[in-house]
Design a protein around this ligand. Structure first.
Ligand code: G3P
Length: 210
């Protein structure tokens, strides 16, 4: 199964009302997951009951006195299907990641844990998150695909994961050939943002992409 995760980040092009157009574009694709802006999660969940929706970040807490936090229990309770974690633009200390991943595994909440290096991947993989995404930070938003520019690192990453989690790759992935190349290297999916969010016709773009 090949997965496509579309990270909306905090772009103006992916904020309400544009977000609805982006989510609609992803409907009907079996393996496409969307990661909208946090403040729109409940609204989009209600409006698009069939969409596969992931948060962009989460905390380990349950319900309680945790001002300002968005815990995985809270996300699960509103029907969010999972969450990204530890994105380069949203790094967390290892101890915090460990708490979140263990809690997510306990309650059956899917996490895509991002890593920016092989050494980070090595530590995270021991915790067995549902999926792990390798994204070299210098290629993020560059339009230069990780599959073309870091194939050796990608292969090492895939070997390191060794079937213990779903291996995804991301950064600069922008078109169908980047996607095909990523899968050929052994990734079981990609994580991408700008090429989709900023496309003129997201539905057409996605069709061509997959
Ligand atoms: O989470 C995906 C991301 O960091 C890659 O961004 O814009 O290079 O696809 P982009």
């Amino acid at each position: 199964m090949v997965n496509v995760f579309l990270n909306f980040k905090a772009y103006k092009e992916s904020a309400v009302p544009n977000s609805e157009k982006l989510v609609s574009a992803a409907l009907g694709f079996k393996n496409v997951f969307i990661c909208p802006q946090q403040q729109e999660l409940l609204f989009l969940r209600k409006k698009f009951p069939k969409a596969k929706i992931f948060a962009q970040d989460c905390e380990s807490n349950e319900f309680g006195a945790f001002t300002g936090s968005i815990g995985l229990t809270q996300l699960k309770s509103i029907g969010v299907n999972g969450s990204l974690l530890n994105h380069s633009e949203r790094k967390k200390p290892f101890n915090e990641l460990k708490k979140i991943i263990l809690e997510a595994n306990k309650i059956g909440f899917k996490l895509v844990v991002c890593v920016d290096s092989l050494s980070e991947a090595k530590k995270i993989i021991e915790l067995r998150p549902w999926a792990i995404a390798f994204e070299p930070p210098e290629l993020i938003g560059s339009g230069k695909s990780v599959s073309t520019h870091e194939p050796v690192l990608v292969k090492k990453f895939i070997n390191l994961v060794g079937g213990k989690s779903i291996p995804l790759i991301g950064a600069g992935v922008s078109n169908h050939s980047d996607f095909v190349e990523s899968i050929a290297l052994g990734a079981e999916g990609v994580l991408l943002a700008s090429a989709f969010v900023k496309s003129k016709n997201p539905k057409k773009w996605l069709k061509e992409f997959v």
